[in-house]
Design a binder for this molecule. Structure first.
Ligand code: GTP
Ligand code: MG
Length: 307
């Protein structure tokens, strides 16, 4: 089942962001460094209409450094955009954001008027934490739970910048099924809105493909299975998640895998690479074309025949 989570408060947030946008000089889009492609909100280009954008690849402490480097090159080659990777909990790293903001708006007269920047991003990606690190005090509510911030909030920070914190936002339809699973695995979707086993199965397959050694070390497995489903079963056995009769409690095992992945227990793990983005977008475009052709053929078939 595809992942979808776009509750009422996100609809409201979308409207509020659109209303505030004319007063904004700069957009700071916070991405998750582990999934920079899937955490890019497709509503943002339309909401921001050509404003200068700073892409922050946050939670870099949890991501694979080599892939983060590749992703930064990818984003920095886009027009009117700068990207940087950081750990929002690290106040020293966060301080460099203000310099980046000034670099993106070089024509703005320095001390005259504060830069008005809006922080946007998916739920639980670390927007409020960044604001708190920048402000040097707990000013925005932050915590490990998606949809904690419910209303936009404006905060003046040092360096001539006023920041708006906004509620985390997903989008009405996540077309790429794999992206939906990565978002869910990262913690961007309320747990009540997802099937843990399906998400864990996706994550297990992803780890088998990209991080087999880390899996072997973490779960002390000599011979890895081929399929995610078998891996979850094996983790369940290793961790004693057994129901009466020796049957593995796969939901418990799935929970262990997801929590340990989110908590960085397997080391620095990136869920997707720039090459995966290219391949998946190509496959999605082909699928859309095939659907369109099928639709056309159907219409042709149903068109009344002229005699
Ligand atoms: N490991 C790690 N955790 C982080 C980082 N930044 C934030 N977090 C954690 O991520 C969780 C979510 O942080 P928030 O700042 O509340 O996220 P948010 O984007 O404001 O979330 P919503 O308001 O729910 O959309 C918290 O538990 C933070 O401590 C980071 O760079 N690295
Ligand atoms: Mg928040």
């Amino acid at each position: 089942m595809a992942i979808q989570w776009f509750p009422g408060h996100m609809h409201r947030a979308r409207k509020q962001i659109a209303e505030l946008m004319p007063q904004i000089d700069l957009v700071i889009e916070v991405l998750d460094a582990r999934l920079p492609y899937s955490s890019e909100n497709p509503l943002i280009p339309e909401l921001c209409a050509g404003k200068a954008t700073l892409k922050l690849l946050n939670k870099a402490d949890l991501a694979d450094e080599a892939y983060t480097k590749e992703w930064l090159e990818h984003f920095n080659s886009q027009p009117n955009t700068r990207a940087m990777a950081l750990t929002g909990l690290d106040k020293k790293q966060v301080k460099s954001i203000t310099q980046f903001c000034h670099k993106l708006l070089p024509d703005r007269p320095a001390q005259k008027k504060a830069i008005r920047a809006m922080i946007l991003g998916i739920p639980n990606v670390g927007k409020s934490t960044l604001i708190n690190s920048l402000a040097g005090r707990m000013i925005a509510k932050a915590g490990n739970q998606p949809a904690l911030t419910r209303h936009p909030q404006h905060i003046k920070i040092q360096g001539g910048i006023v920041l708006s914190d906004t509620p985390g936002m997903l989008w009405p339809k996540i077309h790429n099924v794999a992206s939906g699973f990565r978002l869910a695995a990262s913690g961007a979707v309320r747990d009540t809105a997802l099937d843990y086993f399906e998400v864990a199965e996706y994550a297990a397959n992803m780890l088998l493909q990209l991080y087999p050694q880390e899996l072997q070390t973490r779960y002390k497995i000599e011979q890895l299975p081929e399929r995610g489903e078998e891996l979850i079963d094996l983790i369940g056995r290793k961790r004693g998640c057994l129901r009466p009769g020796g049957v593995v409690d796969i939901h418990k095992a799935a929970e262990i895998l997801i929590h340990e992945l989110r908590g960085g227990k397997m080391g620095k793990v990136t869920y997707e690479t720039p090459q995966m983005k290219i391949d998946e977008e190509k496959a999605l475009a082909e699928l859309a074309l095939a659907k369109e052709a099928e639709e056309k053929a159907k219409q042709e078939k149903n068109r009344p025949q002229r005699s």
